[in-house]
Ligand binder design. Structure first.
Ligand code: ZN
Length: 318
């Protein structure tokens, strides 16, 4: 078969403060749908919250580990800098008013011709809303209180800080088949050629990046899409052929994942390649997504204990 190209973004995972604050902001202010309430499988007394469009399609998903007792983090070398979402063009004035009404400090900017808003979420995570009609999503979700018909459509370009001699550009262009579509001062925009949404990453190329610190308000990793297990095996094999260490396939219940680091010793952003399936409708109905705690079989026997340990969430998104 012809070499596939990597099909855009799957999800971004970040660390946040209290789960309730996270839910109130992402569902109640940004209006994303909470598509899954589960626990961190490696640390099951903490939540893992997933947000996205109506069913949490790949390319629309943002996930959080709420770790309220963890110190504040700071993005730096080897860590993704900002999460961006695409919103319909012409919607930024309404979004700015909406965010300011929620006490957010909002800045305006323009990047590659698209106007955008920049602000921090309640944990200090840098976010951007980019106005573009390039990635319409008929299944975009909006919770109450948002500008009507102006919901977040999908993820836009996350900003990856790299050094000029990093092999990151080569990773995307030579292994994954992405192309550079724009360049502006120290920013290079790369595009997945056949992705229908969430198809960009921006490399921010500088001689120096301050060192970062994982903690609340920082991005843990960014995941890209494999349409199925076969495509994922292809990428696992291909990364190994390029001497990039990559993990075995791990079962994340809603998708299967492999992980690897950006191939440069100076940088080392954590990347994941996750399958499209089985998706979030695998353990609860489409109508009921996200409302009740879902546990994998191996944790179901500990449900009472875990429910006692986890803070109760009051949804802003009913
Ligand atoms: Zn992930």
């Amino acid at each position: 078969m012809a070499s596939p190209t990597l099909s855009g973004l799957h999800h971004v995972t970040a660390l946040s403060g209290a789960a309730q604050d996270n839910l109130a902001f992402y569902a109640g202010v940004l209006g994303l749908r909470r598509v899954k309430t589960t626990v961190n499988f490696d640390d099951p007394k903490t939540y893992h919250l997933y947000y996205g469009d109506i069913v949490g399609r790949p390319g629309t998903i943002t996930t959080f580990f709420p770790w309220p007792r963890t110190r504040q983090g700071r993005a730096g070398a080897g860590m993704v800098q900002a999460v961006a979402f695409a919103v319909p063009s012409g919607s930024l004035d309404d979004w700015a008013a909406h965010l300011r009404a929620a006490d957010m400090a909002v800045r305006r900017a323009t990047r590659f011709g698209d106007p955008l808003l920049q602000f921090d979420d309640p944990s200090g995570l840098p976010l951007e809303l980019v106005a573009t009609d390039a990635m319409p999503n008929p299944d975009a979700w909006t919770s109450a209180g948002l500008p009507v018909e102006q919901p977040i459509q999908s993820m836009h370009a996350p900003t990856l800080p790299v050094f000029a001699d990093d092999r990151t550009l080569e990773l995307f262009t030579e292994i994954f088949g992405w192309g550079q579509v724009d360049e502006d001062q120290n920013r290079r925009r790369l595009q997945a050629p056949d992705a229908e949404r969430a198809r960009f990453v921006d490399l921010q190329v500088r001689d120096r990046h301050p060192s970062g610190r994982m903690g609340q308000g920082t991005i843990h990793h960014v995941a890209f899409r494999a349409r199925d297990a076969q495509e994922q095996r292809h990428w696992q094999q291909s990364l190994r052929e390029h001497d990039i260490q990559v993990t075995e396939v791990k079962d994340r219940r809603y998708f299967q994942s492999i992980y690897f680091r950006d191939p440069t010793w100076t940088s080392g952003i954590l990347f994941e390649i996750a399958t499209d399936g089985p998706g979030f409708v695998t353990d609860e109905s489409k109508d009921a997504l996200g409302r009740t705690l879902q546990l994998p079989d191996w944790l179901e026997t500990r449900r009472t204990e875990l429910e006692r340990a986890l803070p109760t969430l009051s949804p802003p998104d009913r």
